[in-house]
Design a protein around this ligand. Structure first.
Ligand code: CA
Ligand code: CA
Length: 224
């Protein structure tokens, strides 16, 4: 008679609940500005007029100002989920000054900035080509969105922190097209958010470590 026993260690796969749609609210946001009056100042808080809050994007011709806005999202709730197939960033425009016909582009940017220190000069620059462009026409009291799928996918595979910067496509001191988007610390509603769609019907699996099991026990009996 021969006994054969072996202990096999396997890494167990455990299904993770699949989230078909995920909404992630903006984590922090801030505008930066260059030009005559607010050149390279931190706009948090907005000390010039406390009632005049918002994420500024666009150009103000009579004041020679240009503004961009930075929005950061924590992608860690998406970790372990099925493939991201679509991700759109929604930002609410509360007021428009001037024309709403100037397109606004969304770019990926670095994450090394804070609301209380970011300025035009130290802001992380836009990276690569525009993720998406929204041609408007912009008008107050509406949501506007940008397709940021590729940035969500790349940052989810990396540091799981996403920064998007919105900037006017044709930044110019000769255009009057100033937008006040809703800024998160000044409101309880209409905060910017990401609407993320994951691949449907594909449960994700997480590795939960080595689990020892008795893999094989065999007994061979000698024929008599
Ligand atoms: Ca802010
Ligand atoms: Ca990042």
């Amino acid at each position: 008679m021969m006994r054969l026993a072996a202990v096999v260690a396997l890494t167990m796969l455990v299904a993770v609940p699949s989230l078909a749609g995920v909404t992630l609210t903006v984590e922090r946001d801030e505008a930066v500005c260059r030009g005559s009056e607010y050149d390279n100042v931190n706009l948090h808080p907005y000390t010039y007029d406390p009632n005049d809050t918002g994420l500024h994007v666009g150009s103000w011709s009579s004041m020679d100002e240009i503004a961009r806005s930075y929005l950061a999202f924590d992608l860690s709730p998406l970790d372990g989920q099925p493939s991201v197939v679509d991700a759109r960033m929604y930002v609410y425009l509360k007021e428009l000054m001037g024309t709403g016909a100037e397109p606004i582009d969304a770019y990926l940017a670095g994450d090394s900035w804070t609301e209380t220190t970011i300025t035009w000069n130290n802001a992380p620059p836009p990276v690569g080509a525009a993720l998406d462009s929204n041609g408007g026409p912009f008008a107050g009291g509406q949501w506007f969105s940008w397709d940021v799928t590729s940035a969500v996918v790349s940052q989810l595979a990396g540091d799981k922190a996403l920064t998007v910067v919105l900037r006017e496509e044709n930044e110019s001191f000769s255009i009057h097209s100033w937008k006040y988007f809703v800024e998160e610390e000044h409101t309880t509603t209409n905060k910017a958010y990401l609407d993320v769609t994951c691949a449907p019907g594909l449960p994700a699996f997480a590795l939960v470590g080595a689990v020892p099991i008795i893999g094989c026990v065999a007994r061979k009996l000698r024929r008599r």
